[in-house]
Unconditional design. Structure first.
Length: 256
């Protein structure tokens, strides 16, 4: 790929990221164009002298594609909520309010009593199932932080129209589902402070320390293997990780 196309691909990637608000596009500042690139550009613009055509308006590296996102656009997708509650917006919601919102937006998939239906997961129960062969991961059995419940509902639900609920509605849904799992009382009011104070049932069931040792291996580029190593002790075929050369679809014969 020519350096011209590399520049074009790089510009498209950067602008695509900026347009979604993940990164703000920096002000455009033309970079110096190497003489070899300018020479190629001049030659390619006229098909190396065979078919003279009009040159592009700008030299390589300037494409006038896209615009820098506005602060409002960036704010619309700065929605991360951390386990400690940082990022939760102002607002609140009650269990009773959440029950109504759940019936309108959630019951069609998760069931009237959050038991799950039509292939969608249940949202209640499953306590004590994590050590069994049939784990049921719900807010009551698995989720370690109530703030994460708010964050997930806010960014991903309802399934058919994610990130359309207002903060108060998300607080109300969170309160209702926590109550359905027996974690909070029916009088619970969910807000940024109260969610941070909720102790989830499986909070201590998680290992928050990485058990893997810190290593500082230096990459070896030549003469790396010691005498007698390495040895191949098995392969994907003998471990039944790779299908045989015959199959019901292609009718391949062994060895072909």
């Amino acid at each position: 790929m020519s350096s011209f196309l590399n520049r074009l691909f790089g510009a498209a990637v950067l602008i695509g990221v900026g347009a979604h608000g993940a990164l703000a596009a920096p002000p455009f500042k033309p970079a110096p164009i190497p003489a070899t690139d300018l020479s190629t550009w001049n030659a390619e613009a006229s098909d190396f002298g065979k078919h003279p055509v009009k040159k592009p308006l700008h030299v390589p590296g300037f494409y006038k594609i896209g615009t820098a996102p506005t602060p409002a656009q960036i704010t619309g997708w700065t929605i991360t909520v951390y386990p400690n509650g940082v990022g939760l917006p102002p607002g609140q919601g009650t269990v009773a309010q959440g029950e109504k919102i759940y019936g309108q937006n959630c019951a069609m998939c998760h069931g009237t009593f959050a038991e799950g239906k039509n292939g969608y997961p249940q949202l209640v129960g499953g306590v004590g199932s994590l050590k069994s062969a049939t784990q049921t991961k719900t807010m009551g059995s698995y989720w370690p932080f109530a703030n994460t419940v708010w964050d997930y509902i806010n960014r991903a639900m309802p399934f058919y129209a994610p990130h359309t609920l207002k903060p108060d509605q998300v607080y109300a849904l969170t309160a209702y589902l926590l109550n359905m799992n027996g974690i909070v009382h029916s009088s619970f009011v969910a807000n940024a402070q109260s969610l941070a104070d909720v102790k989830m049932p499986d909070r201590n069931g998680w290992n928050w320390k990485d058990p893997r040792p810190a290593t500082h291996n230096i990459a070896c580029m030549s003469n790396c293997a010691r005498s007698g190593t390495p040895k191949i002790t098995s392969n994907a075929v003998t471990m039944n990780l790779t299908p045989h050369l015959t199959g019901p679809v292609d009718h391949m014969k062994n060895g072909k």
